[in-house]
Ligand binder design. Structure first.
Ligand SMILES: [Zn+2]
Length: 391
């Protein structure tokens, strides 16, 4: 019987199905192993290589795995029950398949060698996100990208069949292994070729950044912000702004900032990163609108925690002078489907307008907030204060 890919969904008409996992125990004693008989079908339903869920089982169970891709045999050493593996598979699906924004499983992965990160993109809602790099399977995916063509360096997802990149990767193949009992990590072919190739692409990328599509540049800036947050330089607002301007993305950058900086603790984070965000959104209603879009996505990603707080979050945006009154009113008057589904945007707005904050009729602008808005916004960087208008 087919199962819903997301087993939390009980809707029998849910579109995304996968076969129930079949496990077959073979061998005895030290050689006992569990063959996942229908791993290929499961993997197809998840649109992931069969090696990923198999390896995931190995990581979770602390067991060695073996793949014989020619004969479609995917094996976890030791004796494991099908139900247990099925439950583990839910974890894999949650971490490596489902879109965190809309829960849809139609996502694709690509490996970015430069940043050593696994990028994911949702085909249903367009949400781009990064896979948790701390999971052991992530290390495996980084070494064994889902598709040779995604073994790339910020080069976007466009595949040009005439490009030399494509030709060079045609030779990418991996060898099967079942008999020697080694972990599979060493069994993939020619990673050094790909590494060489990636280095060359790297050079090309730096010279031609502005020839890239907006999406590709957004991806680069996203990576830049993620890395900056990791190494603690993200509060260097001037540096962040420079990179965004270099890629001609100053206005769109706030949606990425929302993604990188904010989570369920958004209300504190808005305060903590207020100066940085302000650098991007001050006097730029389009940028503010993008930031609101990022907030919409954030609320969608953490619906349970944040939807009830939507009103407070929007009020924070206003109180911290991150989004002007006019922008908020325009946003509330016309829900957009640009960032989240329109229905969800409406839900957020309903929550907001339900309370009296900046709702137009009452003109209920919290009065104390007006004062800080009038002050010129200053940005601290290491050299002291810089007026944002001079940047
Ligand atoms: Zn999605």
């Amino acid at each position: 019987m087919a199962l819903n890919v997301n087993r939390n969904v009980i809707d029998p008409f849910y579109r995304y199905k996968m076969p129930r996992l079949q496990a077959k125990v073979e061998g005895k004693g030290n050689g006992i192993k569990t063959v996942i008989a229908n791993m290929v079908e499961i993997a197809k339903a998840l649109d992931r290589p069969p090696t990923y869920p198999t390896k995931y089982f190995g990581c979770e169970l602390g067991a060695q795995t073996n793949f014989d891709t020619k004969n479609d045999r995917y094996i976890v050493n030791g004796e494991h029950d099908a139900n247990k593996l099925q439950d583990l598979l839910d974890g894999f699906i949650k971490k490596f398949v489902l879109c965190p924004a809309c829960d849809n499983p139609e996502t694709s992965l690509s490996v970015k060698r430069n940043s050593q990160s696994i990028q994911a993109k949702c085909k249903a809602c367009g949400h781009a996100f990064v896979i948790d790099s701390k999971h052991k399977l992530s290390t495996f995916i980084l070494k064994n990208p889902p598709h040779p063509l995604t073994f790339e360096n910020g080069n976007g997802e466009k595949k040009d069949p005439n490009s030399p990149i494509n030709e060079s990767t045609n030779g990418f193949d991996y060898k099967e292994n079942v008999s020697n009992g080694n972990d599979s990590d060493t069994e993939w072919g020619e990673p050094t070729e790909n590494e060489k190739l990636t280095a060359n692409i790297g050079k090309l990328v730096i010279d031609k950044d502005l020839d890239k599509s907006v999406e590709q540049r957004l991806d680069m800036l996203h990576q830049f912000f993620i890395a900056a947050k990791k190494d603690g330089t993200i509060k260097d607002a001037v540096r962040m702004l420079n990179e965004a301007e270099r890629l001609e993305l100053k206005t769109k950058a706030p949606i990425l900032l929302a993604d990188v900086l904010l989570d369920v603790d958004v209300r504190n984070q808005l305060k903590a990163y207020r100066d940085l965000i302000c650098t991007f959104v001050k006097d730029d209603q389009k940028a503010q609108r993008h930031f609101l879009g990022g907030i919409e996505q954030l609320i969608q990603n953490h619906k349970k925690e944040l939807l009830p707080k939507a009103v407070l979050i929007v009020k924070d945006l206003y109180d911290l002078s991150l989004v002007e009154e006019d922008t908020i009113l325009a946003w509330a008057a016309k829900p957009s489907s640009k960032y989240v589904k329109k229905e969800f945007a409406k839900e957020i707005i309903r929550g907001k307008v339900g309370e009296v904050t900046v709702e137009p009729k009452t003109n209920g602008v919290p009065k104390p907030a007006a004062a800080p808005r009038e002050e010129p916004v200053k940005v601290n960087d290491s050299d002291g204060e810089i007026d944002i208008d001079d940047i």
